[in-house]
Design a protein around this ligand. Sequence first.
Ligand code: FE2
Length: 472
Amino acid sequence: MHTRAGSVTPEVQVATTGLIVRNARIHPTRGLPVDPSDVLVEGDRIAAIEPPGSSPAGDRLELDADGRLLSPPLVDPHVHLDAVLTVGEPRYNESGTLIEGIQTWAERKPLLTHEDVKSRARTAILWEIAQGTGLIRSHVDVCDPRLTALRALIELRDELRDLVEIQLIAFPQDGILSFPDGKELMREAMRLGCDVIGGIPHYEWTREDGVEEVHFLFDLARDTGAPIDLHCDETDDEQSRFLEVVAARTMRDGMGGRVVAGHTTAMGSYNDAYAFKLLQILKVAGVTIVANPLDNIVLQGRFDTYPKRRGMTRVKELDAAGVNVACGHDSIMDPWYPLGRGSMLDALSMLVHVSQMTGRSELFRAWEMVTMNPARAAEVEWGVAAGKPANFVIFDCVDEAEAIRLRPAARWVVRHGRLVAETEPARSVVHESGGAQPVTYRRDEERGGRAGPPSQANAGQDRATSGEGVER
Ligand code: FE2
């Protein structure tokens, strides 16, 4: 069966025995004019990446990317699926602070049911898939003697395996030492099938308890073989310094590459001399840092008047120091963040703004923070190359920088060689007196330089003549 782009339906996909994507600009483009390629998929693997027209479509499903960006799927390495879509239940967080968020969640938590968690989480997961996310790491609050949310999300994780990979983190929202039976609940969560060990040392009652919590997490990792992904120093308190304890245990236990620290917003308030030391030991330890700019730009700095701190970890400096850095969505319409639609491009847009990563080459580095970097941290094979799993997304844009600027539709989302989501891009016109004027938000098209969907050939010419291309 031969199917042209734009007329694809899931029913058609079921009938095909393979897939070929024509004329795609393959990530990483690095802003350079690259020749379009065809991506040939056999089964659940990429069989070949070859010049356009090299292989006939045969009975494969054929998608014409027409010069669009073909990227590894987006990764959301930090979201709280148990709390998604609960905003306003039982009340709104009117102060907007992290503490009122935790208090509001504590009121909602006793009302959780198995079906409530599954249906909300399922909705948010579909939002993420439709926008190109193929791997989700979710924290699940285990400070609940019933472990209701965890049982529901383990079930959902397994049910949705064909659509998206989900890893679940045992997250002690109210602390481990500061919550009754906290240690046993963490152990029970791992016995039930949680993938990753979470934590929240800065939330314990004392510094000493926070340090003991970190040691408990690493001991549990040694006993279970699971990796660690904890909330760490999510505060504007420059005295909150648990990340150094995490880095030291990571080195001593040989857990480099298997430890992730989320938020780490206190780093935005550390003095530069201490921050410099911390960057060095994080790099040597191999700890990944996940920034969550959507939540933290609204949650932090709430005790400040002016100047008001941004409350973000040092994304640009960590990246420059060689630390693996990623970007998470964190909340989707919950007590901490009433907005959000599960778009990793929204999160990344906020990250480049708050971190001031708007240099041309920095935009391309930022793209790694929602694709390859978080996949590496999650120990999942990622990337577009022959022999790799056929997981990729064709975005309605010419390259990664335009993806951050326009936050375009994920035109086609492919997982294990199967089309799992598609979106028709929006089209706009302005009705001028002389007729309808198309609006594309692309300066070259609207100046008459090129028209229609993204064209690699024209985009390449534009950059070649303007000298705009950059190397990383
Ligand atoms: Fe979080």
